[in-house]
Design a protein around this ligand. Structure first.
Ligand SMILES: Cc1cc2nc3c(=O)[nH]c(=O)nc-3n(C[C@H](O)[C@H](O)[C@H](O)COP(=O)(O)OP(=O)(O)OC[C@H]3O[C@@H](n4cnc5c(N)ncnc54)[C@H](O)[C@@H]3O)c2cc1C
Length: 555
């Protein structure tokens, strides 16, 4: 993606919050402790720079530890980065940045090996070779996995152990990062954060740093039902927008086709039935046992996720059903226990035994292909501010992420960001900046904590798997109405984690809806009922969103 000149806004926009009561200085602050944040921190530390990792809950509380299927890399016999590139470009539906994808697939195998050297143990065969499985959209077995279906848990365990044993790496858990601090030229000078808990650093503080890396993960909590954990509220995207950075491709939210269906009113994080279950041969069937994906795509159940999600939604509409089924009964008990122990336990805990029963499944929000726009070194449009992992939009996913490319993206781009920071430091370009206290601060009033559920309902109804101009206009209206009662900063809700998160969710939901409404075509995981076809003439381009004087601009 090309970059445009950054002009700082005359005023600074920040969430309503008490003035910082404590300060700290470091070289680099990494926000978030998933695969992206911890890999960045470890690699930057190797060069001897001071690094502080700030994370909202416990170190392992992001999406990373929930990843099941695995991590994609051309590691197998006969597989090549070129073939991985080709599958990624197909899934991305014409909007991938080919240079970014090429980097991902060529640097990917080395990054996975370095992750193994850091301590992550992948499943291997009797000869010690890494076992590889297949997932939707991949024409090769190239998904490395750990603990059967507990890949993310193992990656998270290894990275958390590595950072915990590095005495020079500073960690602050249970701390919500609020806003970026900038100097007079709009360059990164640090950030503000709120530490929940007792001790020296209780409450709101300021960290002055030479670089800030946003690795805050996804935004699935914008919707009622999602595979994402509670911390995935899009805080990094909201912070970046307030800081004047560009975000891109927000309309491309991937809905995972096979999420365990727990009833029509299920809310919050829902259990995922990994694509690897279909990769190993489970079939999608309707209530009559018909394999409805056969004939819809050459890969049937293993078609790219958007195709499978649409296939399920279509069948649900045709038959009036609230969900479809996944049939893995032919695996037998031993295979379920050895290959998919986590999924088996999760299904059984909800009263479904996949060994003998069909698993009810329906699509739910899963992955944000868009995010804070970066170049190939992770730079955002704000100097000194980097974005990495699911919070970023590097251009590798285009209109739809290929399965298991996200852990890989977090790894590869974390290493690229670390290399860039180290190089800039060596060249003397990573200078300390002083926060500009002369620019007026526009205080963003906070929404009530209860708005979170309403935002989720509005977004699920209007901007979910099936979208139309009418449904999205209603969502935009609903979101605007939610912001109204608190428009006066004096009436802003009391600053606390829930109200800061609700306010971030609202900004992200508004930006996502605006982009989705503007894109009048169906492409990748953006499915418009009123514009059912892909339109390369008008829409083979990215939509970039900025926040200027409190108003969202999409174009
Ligand atoms: C159920 C599930 C299964 C998946 N399976 C796979 C898979 O098999 N393969 C694959 O490649 N991908 C998979 N994904 C996607 C993948 O797990 C994520 O995209 C990836 O882990 C994101 O890593 P990350 O480091 O960017 O963010 P995360 O791991 O989500 O970490 C984000 C971090 O930021 C912190 N944070 C957020 N906001 C703030 C704030 N304001 N202040 C401080 N800290 C903050 C969070 O607490 C967290 O520590 C799956 C995702 C889910 C949910």
């Amino acid at each position: 993606m090309s970059s445009t000149a950054f002009v700082p806004s005359p005023s600074v926009r920040r969430l309503a919050a008490p003035a910082p009561g404590w300060t700290k200085t470091t070289d680099v602050v990494v926000v978030g402790s998933g695969v992206a944040g911890l890999t960045t921190a470890l690699r930057v530390r190797e060069a001897g720079l001071r690094v502080l990792v700030v994370t909202k809950a416990m170190l392992d509380d992001g999406s990373t530890r929930w990843a099941q299927g695995g991590i994609a890399a051309a590691l197998g016999d006969g597989d090549t980065p070129e073939q991985h590139l080709s599958d990624t470009l197909v899934a991305g539906a014409g909007l991938c940045d080919e240079d970014a994808v090429r980097m991902l697939v060529t640097e990917g195998p080395g990054a996975v090996r370095r992750l193994i050297a850091t301590g992550a143990a992948f499943d291997r065969d009797d000869e010690g070779e890494i076992l590889l499985t297949r997932e939707g959209g991949h024409h090769r077995r190239r998904i490395a996995h750990a603990g059967g279906d507990a890949t993310g848990a193992e990656i998270s365990r290894a990275l958390v152990e590595a950072v915990r044993t590095d005495d020079d790496l500073e960690l602050i858990e249970h701390a919500l990062v609020l806003d970026l601090l900038t100097d007079a030229k709009g360059r990164t000078a640090g950030l503000t954060l709120h530490v929940m808990g007792e001790g020296q650093r209780d409450g709101v503080g300021a960290v002055h740093a030479r670089a800030v890396v946003l690795a805050t993960g996804g935004l699935g909590q914008v919707f009622s039902a999602t595979t994402n954990p509670a911390v995935s509220t899009g805080d990094g995207v909201a912070l970046a927008l307030r800081a004047g950075a560009e975000v891109a491709d927000l309309e491309f939210v991937q809905f995972h086709p096979t999420v365990l269906w727990l009833g029509p009113d299920a809310e919050g994080q829902q259990p995922l039935i990994s694509e690897a279950v279909r990769g190993e041969g489970a079939h999608l069937v309707d209530a009559d046992g018909v394999r409805f994906m056969v004939g819809q795509h050459e890969l049937a159940e293993l078609a790219p996720r958007d195709i499978v999600a649409k296939g399920i939604m279509r069948r649900m509409h045709e038959t009036g059903a609230e969900h479809m089924f996944l049939d893995g009964r032919h695996f037998g008990a031993q295979m379920w226990e050895e290959r998919f122990p986590t999924i088996l336990a999760s299904c059984r805990s909800h009263g479904i035994d996949p060994v003998t029963e069909l698993i009810p499944v329906a699509p739910a929000a899963h992955y944000a292909s868009g995010g804070v726009r970066t170049d190939l070194r992770g730079h955002t449009s704000v100097s000194g501010l980097y974005a990495c992992g699911e919070a970023a939009c590097t251009g590798v996913h285009g209109a739809n992420r290929l399965a298991s490319n996200s852990l890989l993206e977090g790894l590869v781009f974390a290493e690229r960001i670390a290399a860039d920071i180290i190089e800039r430091d060596r060249l003397g370009k990573l200078a300390p900046r002083h926060e500009d206290t002369t620019r007026p601060v526009e205080v963003v009033p906070l929404l009530a904590a209860e708005s979170r559920a309403e935002i989720q309902r509005v977004m699920t109804r209007g901007v979910g798997v099936l979208r139309s101009a009418d449904s999205m206009a209603a969502a935009v209206e609903g979101l605007a109405a939610l912001a109204e009662p608190d428009a006066d900063p004096d009436k802003s809700e009391f600053p606390q984690v829930e109200t800061w998160e609700a306010t971030n969710l609202h900004l992200v939901a508004s930006a996502l809806s605006a982009a989705a409404l503007l894109r009048e075509e169906t492409r990748g995981c953006h499915w418009r009922e009123d514009f059912p076809d892909r339109d390369d003439v008008n829409w083979q381009r990215h939509l970039t969103t900025t926040l200027v004087a409190g108003r969202l601009h999409v174009g």
